[in-house]
Design a protein around this ligand. Structure first.
Ligand SMILES: [Cu+2]
Length: 502
C-alpha cells in the first residue's frame, strides 16, 4: 500500500491497528526523540460519528454592564451532544441564559480596563471549579483547586481586565478531576479585546473572518457515550481518542469569505500534541500566541500546539473563491490524523484582504538577565509524577514569589535514558501571569507562536526552557497560584505545585 493510500485510510477512520502503530512512530521522531509515543494507546470508538456538519461557532457573550461592572451569568451542567445517528451522547457544557449548547460553552468577550464579575452556578451533582487559563488575575479570582463550586452553589470571579488582547480559555481545575471535567465538555474561550489590537486592520468579525477552533480528541463507547477510564499506564502515557472534535463537531465545514481568515486555535486535548497544516501545503501567517499578538506576521507551513496552548493564524483566501481546503491535524504522540476543518471559500469578499506588516512592539527585556533571581523546576518522577521531586499537595506552598519582581525560571523535562530523549512529553503552565520564552535548551529555538507572551510551554523529553516571568497580582496562602504540566492526566496525577505572590 502506498503511503498516500494509508493516510487516506487513516483519515476515513478505517484504521488497522498495526498500520496505525507504524504511522504513529513518525511523530515523535520528527521532534528529535523516540520516547513520547512508547506505549501510547489510541482508544477506539465503536460507532461512526456524523461528520461534515457546519462548524459550530460558540455564541459570543458580552455580559451586562451594571454600575460600572460587566456581569456574566453562566451555568455549568449536563447537556446532550448529537454526535451519532442512533445515540444521544451525554455531555457537560457551560450555558448562558437562553441557550442550550450541546458541548463546550460560549465565547466570553472581556474588554481591557473593565471591571468584571463572572458568576458560575454549578448544576452538576459533583463539585467543580472554573479557572481562567491565561488570565492575569488575583489568586482568589483564579478558579483553581482552592475555589471549589459545590453542587447547586455559585462562585464569582471579580477582577479588572488588565492584559493585552488575546484568546484565553476557561475550564475546570478541580484537584484530581480536571482531566475528566474537561473531557466531558467543560471549556470555552475568553476573548480579550483592547484598543491597540483594534487599531490594527486584522480580521475580527467573529464567526465571519475570525473563528475559534477548539480541537480535542475523544473516545466514545459502544452506546455513544464519552469514555474516560484511564489506567495507570494511560495516566503516564496519555489518554488518546480516535474521534477528533472541532468545537464539538467531527470534520465540520466552514464557508469562508474570499480574503483573510483568522483562526484562533486552541489545543483543548488532554494529552495529545497537535500539528496543524493545510492540505495544499500553503502558508499560514502566525499573528498571535497564548497571551497576545507577536511582533509581526510570520509565515509557517505548520503549527504545533501542546495541550492548553493557543496560536492565531491567518489564511490568505484572496482569489480562492470556489476552492476548498482542509486544515489537517496530526497527533504527534498517538498518531491520529484528521481534518480539523474543511473550508469552502465563497464568492463574497472578506472584510480584510491584507495583513499589517507589524503587529506589536515587543516588551523590553530587563537586563542583565544573568543577575535576575532564578528558580528551577524539574518535571519527572518514576512512580509518581512530580515537579522537583514532589507531587501536588494542596496544603503545601512550594514557592513564594515577590510581587512584581522579574525572575528567570528554568524548567526541565528530565527525560530518561542515555540522551535524556526517552520518556514523556510534558509542558509547563503558570497561573496568574504570562512569561516570555527566552530559550529552549540554551538556544533561541522556538516557533513563531512562541515569540509573544505565553502561559504554557512544551517540553519534549530532555528539553529545558528558560522563562522570564513576573507576577503583578497577589495570591495569598489561602488562594495560591498553580504551576503544572497541562497534559491533564499528568496534572491530576500530581505534576503540579503552588506558589504565593506577595
Ligand atoms: Cu506532563
Amino acid at each position: 500500500m502506498k503511503r498516500r493510500d494509508l493516510i487516506k485510510l487513516l483519515a476515513t477512520g478505517a484504521v488497522m491497528p498495526a498500520a496505525s502503530q507504524a504511522m504513529s512512530g513518525m511523530g515523535p521522531m520528527m521532534m528529535g526523540g523516540p520516547g513520547g509515543m512508547m506505549g501510547a494507546r489510541m482508544h477506539r470508538t465503536a460507532l461512526t460519528p456524523v461528520s461534515g456538519q457546519p462548524l459550530p461557532i460558540p455564541p459570543l457573550y458580552e455580559g451586562d454592564m451594571k454600575a460600572g461592572v460587566r456581569h456574566y451569568r453562566l451555568t455549568i451542567g449536563e447537556a446532550e451532544l448529537p454526535l451519532f445517528a442512533d445515540a444521544i451522547t451525554e455531555s457537560w457544557a457551560v450555558q448562558v441564559p437562553g441557550t442550550a449548547l450541546p458541548f463546550l460553552g460560549p465565547t466570553l468577550v472581556l474588554n481591557r480596563g473593565e471591571q468584571v464579575a463572572l458568576s458560575w452556578r454549578n448544576h452538576l451533582d459533583t463539585a467543580t471549579t472554573m479557572h481562567g487559563h491565561g488570565m492575569h488575575v488575583p489568586g482568589e479570582a483564579d478558579g483553581g483547586p482552592h475555589q471549589l463550586i459545590l453542587p447547586g452553589m455559585d462562585w464569582t470571579a471579580r477582577y479588572r481586565v488588565e492584559q493585552p488582547a488575546c484568546a484565553n480559555w476557561y475550564h475546570p481545575h478541580r484537584m484530581g478531576m480536571t482531566a475528566e471535567h474537561v473531557y466531558r465538555g467543560l471549556a470555552g474561550l475568553l476573548l480579550i479585546r483592547d484598543g491597540s489590537e483594534e487599531a490594527l486592520n486584522l480580521p475580527r468579525t467573529y464567526g465571519v473572518d475570525d473563528i475559534p477552533l477548539v480541537v480535542q480528541d475523544r473516545v466514545f463507547d459502544a452506546a455513544g457515550q464519552i469514555h474516560y477510564r484511564p489506567t495507570m499506564h494511560d495516566v503516564r502515557r496519555g489518554w488518546f481518542g480516535d474521534v477528533l472534535l472541532t468545537n464539538g463537531a467531527v470534520s465540520p465545514v466552514f464557508t469562508a469569505r474570499a480574503g483573510l481568515l483568522r483562526l484562533r486555535l486552541l489545543n483543548g486535548s488532554n494529552s495529545e500534541i497537535w500539528r496543524f497544516t493545510l492540505d495544499d501545503g500553503s502558508v499560514m501567517q502566525v499573528i498571535a500566541g497564548d497571551n497576545g499578538l507577536i511582533d509581526r506576521p510570520m509565515p509557517v507551513r505548520s503549527v504545533m500546539l501542546s495541550p492548553g496552548e493557543r496560536a492565531e493564524v491567518v489564511l490568505d483566501l484572496n482569489g480562492r473563491a470556489g476552492q476548498r481546503l482542509r486544515l489537517r491535524v496530526e497527533g504527534l504522540i498517538a498518531g491520529l490524523r484528521k481534518d480539523a476543518l474543511r473550508i469552502e471559500v465563497g464568492k463574497r469578499p472578506a472584510p480584510v484582504s491584507q495583513l499589517p506588516s507589524s503587529l506589536t512592539a515587543p516588551d523590553p527585556v530587563p537586563a542583565p538577565l544573568a543577575e535576575l533571581p532564578r528558580r528551577h523546576f524539574t518535571l519527572g518522577g518514576m512512580m509518581n509524577l512530580t515537579i522537583n521531586g514532589a507531587s501536588m499537595d494542596m496544603d503545601v506552598i512550594n514557592e513564594r514569589v515577590p510581587q512584581g519582581r522579574w525572575e528567570v525560571w528554568q524548567v526541565r523535562n528530565e527525560g530518561m535514558g542515555m540522551m535524556r530523549m526517552m520518556g514523556m512529553h510534558h509542558n509547563f503552565h503558570v497561573h496568574g501571569g504570562s512569561f516570555r520564552l527566552l530559550a529552549r535548551n540554551g538556544k533561541a529555538h522556538f516557533a513563531p507562536h512562541e515569540r509573544g507572551l505565553k502561559d504554557t510551554v512544551h517540553l519534549a523529553p530532555g528539553d529545558e526552557a528558560t522563562l522570564l516571568v513576573r507576577f503583578r497580582h497577589a495570591a495569598p496562602d489561602s488562594s495560591p497560584f498553580m504551576y503544572h504540566c497541562h497534559f491533564l492526566e499528568h496534572e491530576d496525577a500530581g505534576m503540579m505545585g503552588q506558589f504565593t505572590v506577595a
